[in-house]
Design a protein around this ligand. Structure first.
Ligand SMILES: Nc1ncnc2c1ncn2[C@@H]1O[C@H](COP(=O)(O)OP(=O)(O)OP(=O)(O)O)[C@@H](O)[C@H]1O
Ligand SMILES: [Mg+2]
Length: 260
């Protein structure tokens, strides 16, 4: 694991919202082909970290680089073009369109084929439209939604809609995928299947950074875990070390006590 090339490098990143320090001198790396989870109590700064990495938020200071390229100052679409693709904590699908059509729309949006060429049935458009249809079908199958392919996306369970979000992210052909709470709303069996999907995505060469509250899921899928609390990294290591880390236990128990 130590011999992996670094894919994502986050150095001294800080984010403030007025007086609130959302991230404080955050330092961590993700290796090529690694599955790393970023965990921490509500409000710890996990989504904020994703926003910085994907160009939705400028840090007060610090630097993020991906495969050697500095990301600071780049727009989200420029970062996506480098292969770094995220999903959102809330997935939005077009509810009246089928799962398959949602993917087709997503593929068209990436501008691989002009929608005009496709609609007008121009020869180049026809060939590429056929290719896009094949690709949409592949993606639906990859995330295991083939039985729902022709149902309106809005009729899917919340967990299945999250899979549509993942398929849309995969449509962008990421080299690194950032998943923000992908299994929230999934039942145990959907979550189990999702873990298999993450492994399968990684085995196809995609690096994964996961934000998730489902601890059994995080423990089973991660190569390494980074723990945030109040914008600071309080622990980092393999699942077994994190599970037994007193600071991590304290951070989660503290939150539990506050909720009770
Ligand atoms: N745009 C914003 N303006 C002001 N404060 C914000 C903004 N975005 C996030 N925050 C605050 O920054 C802190 C970190 O929020 P963030 O959404 O990153 O947490 P999180 O770890 O993703 O939490 P959760 O597990 O609930 O999704 C929180 O205190 C939050 O209220
Ligand atoms: Mg969040």
């Amino acid at each position: 694991m130590t011999s992996r090339a670094i894919a994502l490098d986050v150095e001294q990143v800080a984010v403030r919202f007025g007086g609130l320090v959302a991230l404080s001198d955050m330092n961590f790396t993700v290796g090529e082909g690694e599955i790393v989870s970023l965990i921490g109590p509500n409000g710890a700064g996990k989504t904020t970290a994703f926003n910085v990495m994907t160009g939705f938020l400028d840090p007060a200071h610090g630097k993020v680089s991906y495969r050697g390229a500095t990301l600071n100052g780049l727009k989200p679409h420029q970062i996506a073009d480098l292969g770094l693709i995220r999903t959102f904590q809330r997935t939005s699908v077009f509810p009246n369109d089928t799962v398959y059509d949602n993917l087709l729309i997503g593929l068209h949006r990436q501008g691989r084929v002009g929608l005009f060429e496709a609609i007008l049935g121009l020869p180049r458009g026809r060939a590429s439209e056929r290719r896009l249809r094949e690709r949409a079908a592949e993606l639906v199958e990859w995330v295991g939604l083939e039985r729902r392919a022709h149902d309106p996306a809005g009729s899917l369970s919340y967990g299945e809609q999250r899979l549509v979000g993942v398929a849309l992210a995969l449509a962008a052909e990421p080299s690194m995928l950032l998943l923000d709470e992908p299994v929230s709303g999934m039942n145990a069996s959907e979550t189990h299947t999702f873990v298999e999907l993450i492994r399968n995505i990684r085995d196809r060469g995609v690096t994964i950074l996961l934000v998730e509250h489902d601890m059994p899921m995080v423990m089973s899928v991660s190569d390494r875990i980074v723990v945030l609390n109040y914008g600071r990294i309080i622990a980092e290591g393999p699942p077994d070390a994190i599970r037994n880390d007193p600071d991590v236990i304290e951070a989660y128990l503290g939150q539990g006590a506050a909720r009770a």
